[in-house]
Ligand binder design. Structure first.
Ligand code: SF4
Length: 358
């Protein structure tokens, strides 16, 4: 069962409460390149990103938010701020929809209060972003390092500081490059508060290993019912983060929309180029908007075991020798040539999603 959390509104999207777990990513163009950043926001949205974060290293760059709005961007935009509270104030003034800070590195309580007041007046929530690299010295000494206990304590203390300033629209993230630390720290905060949690494994590495680490950390928590928004952090094109996030949410069965692919691992019975066909189909469906519909397609190597093993699929193909069988819900429909496989898979997909945009 999903953990009950307070609902925090970020422009036209809600984090926590009953809202679906949302997908976030971050632009990586220099934010001063306003046109390039806006273009990247648009491509992230096209890939399925629902909240976009932008690093704001100085007050001049904060204008990226008003420029994005002028360009017609409607997705919620988050300002990522470190150290200088004046940048946060400027970002709010320019229309940022959420501020991500680590109050511990913003400076004196007066400065944190100035950010909290500006956010409250603008109806903008704050994400407290804690990670091992920016943990308070006192906690590092108390716990002997950036342990799960230290990270959780830091996040809850910072949240308490904001609450004492009358600020309550708080989201918490606790990130670590260590999967077990991130999981245990998030579980601790989840057990002691109702703050919505933003999940992610930070500095997770390149695409392949990074997806594995994030799937482990985010996936374990989602299966516990913990997590309200996610960002898969990869040393890769941010669009890859969005694709991975969608797969993690689908695998954890917390988001029901989309096209799920069942494909067999191949074996000595496989006589079609199943790996290439599956990859081509995955690529072809990557930009399909399924609305709130969910379908499952199967691509199996042989007719001996394929239709049976993929019985739960809405439709699928099972390979033969230079050909395949099309089946729907485990029942054989007709024989098709191998070179028509992708075409038939797409036809079946369209048939299932009649009213969706392909
Ligand atoms: S579906 Fe057929 S080809 Fe694929 S792994 Fe199973 S037995 Fe092998």
């Amino acid at each position: 069962m999903r953990r009950k959390t307070r609902a925090v509104h970020v422009k036209n999207r809600t984090i926590g409460g009953d809202a679906p777990v949302s997908i976030q990513s971050m632009t990586n163009r220099p934010a001063r390149d306003f046109a390039g950043t806006i273009e990247q926001i648009q491509s992230l949205v096209a890939a399925g990103c629902e909240i976009v974060r932008i690093a704001v290293p100085d007050t001049e760059t904060a204008a990226v938010f008003s420029r994005a709005r002028e360009a017609g961007i409607t997705v919620p935009l988050v300002a990522d701020i470190h150290f200088d509270y004046r940048i946060a104030l400027e970002a709010v003034r320019h229309g940022a929809d959420k501020i991500r800070i680590n109050p511990g590195n913003i400076g004196s309580p007066d400065r944190v209060r100035a950010v909290a007041d500006a956010c409250r007046n603008a109806g903008v929530p704050i994400r407290i972003g804690v990670n091992g690299g920016s943990l308070e010295k006192s906690l590092l000494e108390k716990y002997g390092g950036p342990t799960a206990e230290a990270l959780a304590e830091s996040a809850l203390c910072q949240a308490e500081m904001l609450e004492n300033m009358g600020f309550h629209d708080i989201v918490i993230s606790i990130k670590s490059s260590r999967v077990d630390t991130m999981i245990h720290a998030c579980r601790k905060v989840a057990a002691q508060s109702d703050y919505p949690l933003h999940l992610g494994v930070t500095e997770a590495g390149t695409e392949y290993s990074g997806i594995i680490k994030n799937a482990m950390g985010i996936g374990a928590l989602l299966c516990d019912g913990i997590g309200d928004t996610i960002r898969v952090t990869l040393t890769a094109d941010p669009a890859a983060e969005v694709r991975a996030a969608k797969e993690i949410l689908a695998a954890a069965e917390v988001r029901k929309n989309g096209i799920s692919i069942i494909s067999c691992p191949t074996c000595g019975r496989t006589k079609i180029d199943l790996i290439a066909i599956t990859e081509a189909y995955r690529e072809a469906i990557s930009c399909i908007d399924t609305g709130d519909k969910t379908i499952t397609a199967a691509i199996m190597g042989c007719a001996v075991n394929g239709p049976g093993e993929a019985r739960e699929a809405d439709f699928g193909v099972a390979g033969g020798d230079g050909c395949a069988i099309l089946f729907r819900h485990g029942e054989k429909v007709r024989r098709i040539d191998e070179d028509k496989l992708l075409e038939v898979l797409m036809e079946e997909t369209r048939r299932m999603l009649e009213n969706c945009t392909i």
